[in-house]
Write a protein that binds this ligand. Structure first.
Ligand code: CAA
Length: 711
């Protein structure tokens, strides 16, 4: 017998329809069926004069059940469920707590009234899954809150708070403190409206639609903004089309148009990629040998060593999450500079209206700057964020070992160095881990969690939990040079530079990469980060082994000439003072031509396809090696790293998902051609070779491995 996930409870003259389908009350087939059945029961009961729709657990309905997408549909279809609620001849009040998202909000929009808890949020995030609201959301929301606001919510996918929802007219009532809990308030509200007729139905509202008809330019602008935001993705544009239908067509025809658009969208690679991204992010939190229930230690107080840009950003990430931070540096001016930068960053957010002054003050109060190590004796976690120099890091960890509590976690923010070697400089390598943040650390969502050979399960579990607590996406990786992200970045950057040596120009390479959906190409990114950074690192590295070409020749030359990038208004591009727009520079073309000549390379015309293939397949081949070596647990973890830390376009699903869409056999055969032409750095990964010959994908490898792992 299937589980009962929707029930009807009678509270005097009000029938409460309860949805209880953990974890997030998604609209699976049993939930949809249960809603229809319980509504019918409530409607046929003469003692029931009003209905409240409420949810058990952590949230109101958080949307359609995404796991059902792409599977044969099973009735009742959600649109039909909502139509029944809308046709009810007894008032229906949605009682919203947690998040009313997607199909969940659409169900609420099919009700006559909406009452929300103070902490509730409402949104239509479908665009983030490459689709659009498909159960009337694009037709009802504009009728309720107006076309411009509906466009904003549907195209961005961002939810609004209960207070904003009330201001917009999206909810009718937000529970006041003196009213008790949500159910009490919703029951009282239902009592007040029980006899009111006619029942308000959003489908009948016309004022906002008429207003929008007089503003035809609205959609042209929305389309332009959506295209710019989408960087090649189609979902935001489909969202605009659907809302436009709400203005141009009668309600039922608008629903029909919405249906056509969502049917196209669900089938698209873009939506498959974004669904992959959604589940990949959640999968990354699951570590096969560190199951849920593994003990964790509470992290209440953190010390950060190094008050530079990185240390300061990390401090902000903790302070934002309500955790106290001690920010330590060698000298008082360095501490002061770090604290001033943090204050400046917060002040800029306040000036944009995204943070209140009171909240800024509270966050600043959580951060203490100091030159003293005394406070380190009682912190739960230390994160070292000093220069990338092994000797210095070992010395610091040796000192920390003597000073910190035995159960304190000692973490390094190294982006490349050997975490095991750092751990060996302490007497407690099981307490040592890598926590690799990405700059700016208060903004970037990725946290690479680097597990050393001795790191304890408690420390791994605590770090994974910590990532979530500070609103990061934690991905567990193993120790190797550059871990997952930077190791693949190296392969990608190498090819970009070799292509430039052979005949491409920075603007051509960057154009191909932004054409794929990245915000920036590798050359513009180098200009932003500073060409001198890589130059200094390369000076300390051995020359590439025989059979491998040196890719640093062009950036080395630029750096030698003082062209460090944006900070000197010249790098791979030139910049007008105070403007970050890269401008192609004939002087750079001359420098590149000279370097090619010195290397004995006859420059040739290089097609965009070759640029795309070499940059992406180098990354994919390296990713496959990383997977084969067990540095990443899953291909989807690699995708999560690249999307959250390196700007890989989410609608392409990440490099490994992208590889699956291209076909591994094709990639493998091109890798072999590149091996023959360009040298042994193109040696195919044995895993890529195997999957290509089996005709399978990275996604199916992940699925197979997940099946092998006991739950
Ligand atoms: N369908 C299926 N499973 C879902 C789901 C959904 N809509 N939303 C969340 N889940 C699952 C997650 O995969 C996760 O499963 P595991 O524990 O097995 O990993 C579990 O629920 C908990 O999710 P989170 O870890 O994300 O929990 P959270 O508390 O951090 O966040 C949430 C909760 C805000 C609801 C978040 O899960 C979320 O944003 N969910 C997606 C919401 C969404 O996109 N809704 C629109 C769906 S599309 C739609 O509705 C189309 C339409 O128009 C009909």
């Amino acid at each position: 017998m299937s589980e009962v996930v929707v029930t009807l409870e009678k509270r005097a003259a009000v029938g409460v329809i309860w949805v209880d389908s953990p974890p997030v009350n998604a609209l699976s087939q049993p939930v949809r069926q249960g809603l229809v059945d319980c509504l019918a029961k409530a409607l046929s009961d003469p003692e029931v004069h009003a209905i409240v729709l409420a949810c058990k657990g952590r949230t109101f309905i958080a949307g359609a059940d995404i796991t059902e997408f792409g599977k044969p549909p099973k009735g009742p279809e959600l649109g039909a469920v909502i139509a029944r609620f809308e046709a009810s001849d007894k008032p229906v009040v949605a009682a919203i707590h947690g998040t009313a998202l997607g199909g969940g909000l659409e169900v609420a929009l099919g009700c006559n009234y909406r009452v929300a808890a103070r902490e509730a949020k409402c949104g239509l995030p479908e665009v983030k899954l490459g689709i659009l609201p498909g159960a009337g959301g694009t037709q009802r929301l504009p009728r309720l809150v107006g076309v411009p606001k509906a466009l904003e919510m549907i195209v961005s996918g961002d939810p609004v708070s209960a207070a904003t929802a009330k201001d917009l007219g999206l909810v009718d009532h937000v529970v006041r403190e003196d009213e008790g809990d949500l159910l009490t308030a919703a029951l009282a509200f239902a009592g007040r409206v029980a006899a009111r007729r006619p029942l308000p139905k959003i489908r009948d509202l016309t004022a906002h639609i008429e207003k929008a008809k007089a503003q035809p330019e609205l959609f042209e602008k929305a389309r332009k903004d959506a295209a710019a935001r989408a960087r090649g993705g189609q979902a935001p544009l489909r969202c605009v089309e659907a809302v436009k239908a709400a203005v141009e067509l009668p309600f039922d025809q608008g629903l029909e148009r919405e249906r056509q658009l969502i049917t196209e969208a669900i089938e698209s690679t873009e939506s498959k990629a974004l669904r992959h991204v959604f589940f990949a992010e959640r999968q990354a939190a699951k570590i096969p040998d560190v199951p849920p229930g593994t003990p964790t230690t509470p992290i209440r107080r953190v010390a950060i060593l190094g008050a530079g840009t990185m240390g300061g950003g990390i401090a902000m990430a903790f302070a934002n999450a309500g955790i106290s931070v001690v920010l330590v540096d060698r000298e008082a001016p360095l501490v002061d500079k770090g604290m001033a930068l943090i204050s400046k960053n917060y002040a800029s957010t306040v000036s944009k209206g995204r943070l209140s002054q009171a909240e800024m003050d509270a966050r600043m109060a959580r951060i203490t700057g100091t030159t003293s190590w005394d406070g380190l004796a009682d912190v739960d976690l230390v994160i070292e964020a000093v220069f990338e120099e092994m000797g210095l890091k070992k010395e610091i960890f040796g000192r920390l070992d003597k000073l910190c509590r035995k159960d304190a976690i000692l973490a390094t923010n190294t982006s490349t160095l050997d975490v095991n070697e750092i751990a060996r400089s302490t007497s407690r390598p099981e307490q040592v881990i890598g926590l690799h943040f990405f700059s700016p650390a208060n903004v970037m969502r990725l946290l690479e969690i680097v597990r050393g050979e001795k790191t304890s399960k408690t420390v791994v579990a605590t770090s994974m939990k910590l990532a979530k607590d500070i609103s990061k996406v934690g991905v567990l990786v193993g120790v190797c040079y550059g871990f997952v992200g930077n190791r693949m970045l190296h392969a990608y950057g190498r090819e970009a530079q070799l292509l430039i040596q052979e005949g491409a120009l920075p603007q051509q390479v960057d154009g191909v990469i932004t054409g794929l959906g990245f915000a920036m190409g590798p050359c513009a990114t180098s200009d932003l980060a500073g060409i001198d950074v890589g130059w200094r690192i390369r000076k300390g590295l051995p020359k590439p082994p025989p059979g491998e070409r040196y890719s640093g020749a062009v950036p080395d030359r630029l750096a030698e000439m003082g062209r460090f990038g944006q900070k000197t208004n010249a790098g791979f591009y030139r910049y007008e003072p105070g403007n970050r727009t890269p401008i192609p520079d004939p002087a750079v073309e001359a420098i590149i031509a000279e370097v090619s000549k010195e290397l004995g390379i006859a420059r040739r015309a290089i097609g965009d396809d070759e640029i795309l293939e070499r940059c992406m397949y180098a990354m994919v081949n390296e990713g496959a090696k990383i997977l084969d070596e067990g540095i990443a647990l899953r291909a989807s973890d690699i995708d999560t790293v690249w999307i959250n830390g390196y700007g890989f376009p989410p609608y392409r699903g990440g490099p490994m998902f992208y590889a699956d869409t291209v076909g591994l056999a094709k990639i493998h055969s091109r890798v072999l051609e590149f091996l023959a032409k360009h040298g042994k750095m193109w040696t195919p990964s044995p895993l890529l070779q195997r999957l290509a010959s089996e005709g399978t994908t990275f996604s199916s490898l992940d699925a197979r491995r997940a099946g092998d792992v006991p739950a």
